[in-house]
Ligand binder design. Structure first.
Ligand SMILES: C[S@@+](CC[C@H](N)C(=O)[O-])C[C@H]1O[C@@H](n2cnc3c(N)ncnc32)[C@H](O)[C@@H]1O
Length: 202
């Protein structure tokens, strides 16, 4: 089925070939991807504030991406926001073209706190390698989590890859720049761990 030009929820013609960004977004401009975007309120904020970037939300739950679809037109957002309902690891590994993403945002990925579930965590060495392959030279990965153990596990994945340098993290300046989960955690007073990496080679 053909996507309407203004449709936010994007279904590629094939889930087995790499996306052509010029088909996904009407304008060629830097692409920023929010992996596990949830209800996407931060994406909506950014897409409205930065119309000269293309914003893509990746989320596996249908109800959450449909919220984006409903809210975007009310905010006058159309061309520079899209959502894919798919698993983040698959999207980065198999759908995104090499060296084509300006920045990834990975905020409060599911921590899978039980040891026997660690293998389900998104941030793993192979996934970090896929992030590096699909980032443009100089592109960024932004991370935030409330889970100290998971954070401690993320950092060596980036350090061991060898293609990233750690730089000053992004921090929300206003409540609109917080994700939904972050707002809840901030109210509970939970510490938030952040990191930002720039691709320097590979
Ligand atoms: C803890 S919530 C955080 C949502 C949002 N980033 C925020 O900070 O408010 C994690 C989100 O990631 C989605 N998610 C978890 N694992 C995923 C995966 N492998 N692929 C796509 N979405 C995923 C969940 O459905 C959920 O919406």
């Amino acid at each position: 089925m053909q996507n309407a030009p203004s449709a936010i929820l994007y279904s590629p013609a094939s889930w087995f070939t790499r996306l052509d960004w010029s088909v996904v977004f009407p304008k060629r401009q830097p692409i920023e991807v929010d992996l596990g975007c949830g209800d996407g309120s931060l994406l909506l904020h950014w897409a409205k504030k930065f119309p000269d970037h293309n914003w893509l939300g990746v989320e596996r739950l249908k109800g959450r991406v449909l919220k984006l679809e409903r809210k975007a037109p009310r905010l006058g957002i159309a061309g520079n926001l899209r959502a894919l309902r798919i698993e983040s690891g698959y999207a980065v590994e198999w759908l995104f073209p090499p060296a084509s993403v300006a920045a990834y945002h990975i905020y409060f990925p599911d921590p899978w706190p039980k040891k026997r579930h660690y293998k389900r965590r998104l941030i793993q060495p192979e996934f970090v390698a896929a992030l590096a392959r699909t980032l443009e030279p100089g592109g960024f990965v932004n991370l935030a989590t409330d889970h100290a153990d998971y954070f401690a596990e993320m950092l060596p994945c980036f350090n061991a890859h060898g293609g990233f340098e750690r730089v000053e993290p992004l921090a929300p300046a206003t409540p609109e720049e917080m994700t939904d989960f972050e707002r809840d955690f901030a109210m509970e007073g939970r510490p938030i761990h952040r990191a930002r990496f720039r691709k320097v080679k590979g």
